[in-house]
Ligand binder design. Structure first.
Ligand SMILES: *Cc1c(COP(=O)(O)O)cnc(C)c1O
Length: 367
């Protein structure tokens, strides 16, 4: 049997008629950018999250960048960001002219509030909190630190669509929430897409302007912006996606319970959800000491795995200008050597899951 790490066609097949219908409707409508489908999706996503404003943008990276710019963050400022995240979180900060300052993760892979305290300087302007692998970060503590020090809180929810902090969704707790609709993400488009959400009307207005060349009304430019708009086709497809999201999430949680219950190999450390926390399981990440052998063992049996991420930010060559050394973030470095993401996708069958579990339980190390 072959089990890929992720496959996106199953989710499409499941509601093919709806996706096909909306695609043809948009094509025939003659309206492809900044039209009614975008407004419809923005309003549906905002009401799903229980927040006032949603602005559709071109990608998750752009969502982060526009949010930071709209908050007035730029050259001379520092933004705290986890050492173990996707490169986009740091690139967005850099693109504003500000400096990313890395923070070690806690036992659940998220920003450790204790470590945040140690990294705050007079230049710190914001916390960029990432809810990694779909698990909500310790927002109560992080918000308290931010309030004490007068910092903005930007949530990177590229992996946490639908994850809760108490009764509120991630993305609605800080000053601004940033989402990616990259195809593999919890709510995935059929191309690139992203969104920024917030409660503050003036902030929403600034983001709306910045995503469209700095303009709200045609040929009026109160400020300089960029071109980063969620197009009508993606917005229409995302509305279908959103309508089925609850059902997809239930199915995903069920698959994960299968992994958690049935993987019994003591060499494989299973993920935990923080007490009082929540996870939508964007990724199912285990830890193994003998990662090379483990990955090869599964590969030989037709099972594809992922590594999120092979290098913490400070060891990525492209980010060497941040000036960190190997050994500066030992916790993040340790994770980068041991993490493996198992196959998990919408439409994964029980048979596929059982096969993966069986192979994982058969993995051993010769002594
Ligand atoms: C995917 C991702 C992004 C970037 O999203 P794009 O839509 O690919 O630009 C940012 N942050 C995190 C944590 C991500 O996983």
């Amino acid at each position: 049997m072959k089990v890929p790490f992720v496959r996106l066609d199953r989710a499409y097949e499941k509601h093919k008629e709806e996706y096909d219908k909306v695609t043809l409707e948009v094509m025939a409508s003659g309206h492809y950018v900044l039209g009614p489908r975008l407004l419809q999706f923005e309003s549906a996503f905002a009401s799903f999250l229980g927040i006032d404003h949603c602005i559709g943008v071109g990608s998750g990276l752009d969502a982060l960048k526009l949010a930071l710019l709209a908050l007035g963050i730029g050259a001379g400022d520092e933004v705290l960001v986890p050492a173990n995240t996707f490169i986009a979180s740091a690139l967005a900060i850099r693109e504003t002219g500000a400096r990313p300052v890395l923070v070690e993760p806690d036992a659940f892979y998220n920003m450790d509030p204790e470590q945040v305290r140690e990294r705050i300087t007079p230049k710190t302007k914001a916390l960029l909190v990432v809810h990694l692998y779909g698990q909500s970060a310790r927002m109560e503590e992080l918000l308290k630190i931010a309030r004490t020090h007068g910092l903005f809180v930007v949530e990177d929810c590229a992996q946490s669509h639908g994850a809760l902090v108490g009764a509120a969704f991630t993305g609605t707790l800080g000053d601004v929430g940033c989402f990616s609709f990259y195809p593999t993400k919890g709510i995935g488009a059929f191309g690139d897409g992203g969104a920024v959400v917030c409660r503050d009307e003036a902030l929403a207005r600034r983001i709306r302007m910045l995503r469209n060349y700095g303009s709200l009304n045609k040929y009026e430019y109160p400020t300089m912006g960029i071109n980063s708009r969620l197009d009508e086709l993606q917005a229409g497809l995302l509305s279908v996606r959103l309508a089925h999201f609850a059902e997809e999430l239930t199915e995903r949680r069920k698959r994960v319970q299968g992994y958690l219950k049935d993987i019994t190999n003591p060499l494989v450390v299973l993920p935990k959800v923080r007490p009082g926390g929540d996870s939508v399981w964007h990724l199912f990440v285990v830890q193994v000491d003998h990662r090379v052998a483990f990955v090869r063992f599964l590969q030989e049996r037709g099972i594809q795995t992922g590594i999120h991420y092979p290098e913490p930010l400070h060891l990525i060559p492209a980010l060497s200008w941040m000036g960190y050394q190997e050994g500066d973030y030992p916790i993040a470095e340790g994770y980068s050597h041991r993490v493996v993401s198992l196959p998990l996708y919408s439409g994964m069958t029980q048979e596929e899951l059982d096969y993966v579990v069986g192979c994982i339980n058969a993995f051993g190390i010769e002594r």
